[in-house]
Design a protein around this ligand. Structure first.
Ligand code: SF4
Length: 517
């Protein structure tokens, strides 16, 4: 392809880029049947990273040959057959560990290469895929988990998310991007798809066009977390629903052709946006799309952080959706099966995943709600969870992740339970724990962010520790949390947090939130 010829002439291309020029990431799908037939030892070490394009990472320790698989769930919407299939795969192959990610995707662990072809077949039979869930490619597209049923959305975005997702799925014109690339598309006025931390976000807006009020989107570009976080910046454009795919393709083309490919840590779209600025970026988009109108009225009115606990009326008369807590995003396969059957028995079998790592059961007739809530599973998984477990998020950590410096999931779960035992608050305090600076658990937007580090003790031993950050939000365009001085070893962590939150409780005004404090 023409653009690949241009890259190949760049003498400073990094090693990953040189490798991608020789073999596109998606080609791994052609090799997997051979490797499955011949076992883990038949996979050359230099091929291990290529599995990312199939949504597969080798889990820690890599040499043991077990894979983590991430499955895309565009907008977080799963039908009954899909949920049953996911739970079945998880039970048969994944030792029953079912994780919901902060991008509404599902993750399995403990998979062997021999099992992958059958898993692919089972996913494909119900319209699911792990292609592009990892790697330098368009990742799962985040959306409003209430798309189509939400009284707080301008219009249903599920069809648009599907259209854009399907365009980029397995598309070799866009499978060699400089780095990972994240889109969100939502018209929920409470910013449920976390616009500002995505590379590209379509957000709700209206504009008077030819005397008529049109509902559509504004655009934010260049967000992303990791070690050098950026908040996406608005471009002065209004986009009608039928133009979303064209604009998404234009921006992805710009990223593919102008994104940086010399240094991996500077290859995200956020760095191109930071260098160009919104004006230049907008002009470049218009070179591809032709004229687009300037901004209209922004319809975002706050941020709900992706939480939907409790029973709420849908936009459809007579129907409710029910949001419930999945502690630190982890269920076992039997619980997922139980939830699927409950959703089918009382509603239509659908389940929605949230970027807060929780679940929603939609489409329950009002008269079925009370009976549904008497089901046993809701004794363990609450629609009214206690405050700290309700608002805790955790990444994978050392249990499975090769990049992790510390254990996270079990620690965050235990810490939240301990805080719930000791402190009662009238407002939520969102705590996010991550095992390294890559920030899969979105540490920067938490009220309290806990980032795992290693710390040298007085007797020169390296031990697990945490940095503490406070004051993150995506309200009003967003603000990342700021680091408190020092590092705290894991033995101190509970006490330090208890003291910090107790001080907040004692000195705050009634109803004052952690961010306003
Ligand atoms: Fe792994 Fe770091 Fe991501 Fe946690 S934040 S899952 S430790 S890469």
């Amino acid at each position: 392809m023409a653009y690949e010829k241009i890259w190949s002439e760049n003498p400073k291309l990094n090693k990953t880029e040189q490798k991608k020029l020789v073999k596109d990431g998606l080609k791994i799908f052609e090799d997997i049947p051979y490797y499955a037939e011949n076992g883990f030892s038949s996979i050359p070490k230099e091929e291990w990273d290529s599995f990312k394009w199939a949504g597969l990472y080798l889990q820690r320790p890599k040499e043991d040959g077990y894979f983590m698989m991430r499955i895309n769930v565009p907008s977080g919407i799963l039908n009954y057959e899909q949920v049953k299939t996911l739970a079945g795969i998880c039970k048969d192959y994944g030792r029953s560990v079912f994780d919901i990610t902060t991008r509404q995707a599902i993750q399995f662990h403990w998979l062997t290469i021999e099992e992958i072809p059958d898993i692919f077949e089972r996913l494909s039979a119900v319209g699911l895929s792990s292609a592009g869930a990892c790697g330098d490619i368009t990742r799962n597209i985040m959306g409003n988990p209430l798309a189509g049923i939400d009284p707080n959305e301008l219009f249903d975005t599920s069809g648009i998310v599907k259209e854009v997702y399907e365009f980029f799925q397995h598309n070799e014109d866009f499978s060699n991007l400089p780095r990972k690339y994240k889109l969100s598309i939502s018209t929920n006025v409470k910013n449920s798809a976390h616009a500002e931390i995505n590379c590209v976000a379509f957000t709700p807006a209206t504009k008077i066009i030819n005397g008529e009020k049109v509902a559509g989107f504004h655009l934010k570009v260049g967000g992303g977390l990791s070690a050098r976080p950026h908040l996406a910046k608005p471009l002065d454009l209004f986009i009608e629903p039928h133009q979303v795919k064209e604009v998404a393709v234009a921006i992805t083309t710009i990223f593919r052709d102008f994104g940086y490919r010399e240094k991996r840590h500077l290859a995200r779209l956020k760095f191109l946006m930071a260098d160009w600025g919104p004006e230049k970026f907008k002009d470049k988009v218009l070179e591809y799309t032709g004229t687009l109108p300037n901004k209209g009225e922004d319809a975002l009115t706050g941020w709900n952080a992706g939480y939907f606990y409790g029973v709420h009326p849908q936009k459809q008369d007579g129907l409710s959706y029910i949001g419930f807590n999945v502690p630190v995003g982890r269920l076992d396969a039997d619980e997922v099966l139980e939830i699927a059957e409950i959703s089918k028995k009382y509603g239509d079998g659908e389940i929605r995943t949230c970027n807060s790592q929780n679940l929603i059961i939609p489409n329950i007739p009002h008269e079925n709600v009370d009976e549904l809530l008497k089901e046993d599973v809701f004794k363990r998984i609450s629609i009214e969870p206690r405050s700290f477990i309700a608002y805790s998020v955790s990444c994978t950590g050392t249990e499975y992740c090769n990049l992790a410096l510390v254990e996270t999931k079990k620690r965050m779960h235990r810490l939240a339970e301990s805080l719930d035992e000791q402190i009662a608050l009238d407002v939520p305090v969102r705590i996010h724990m991550v095992g390294c600076p890559n920030s899969c658990g979105q540490r920067q937007i938490a009220d309290i962010g806990l980032q795992g580090v290693l710390m040298r003790t007085k007797d020169k031993k390296m031990v697990e520790a945490f940095e503490i950050y406070v004051g993150g939000t995506l309200n009003e365009g967003g603000k990342f949390n700021e680091k408190l001085k020092g590092k705290f070893d894991t033995n101190q962590l509970d006490e330090v947090l208890f003291n910090l939150i107790s001080y907040f409780k004692e000195t705050k005004l009634p109803s004052e939130t952690f961010f306003d404090y």
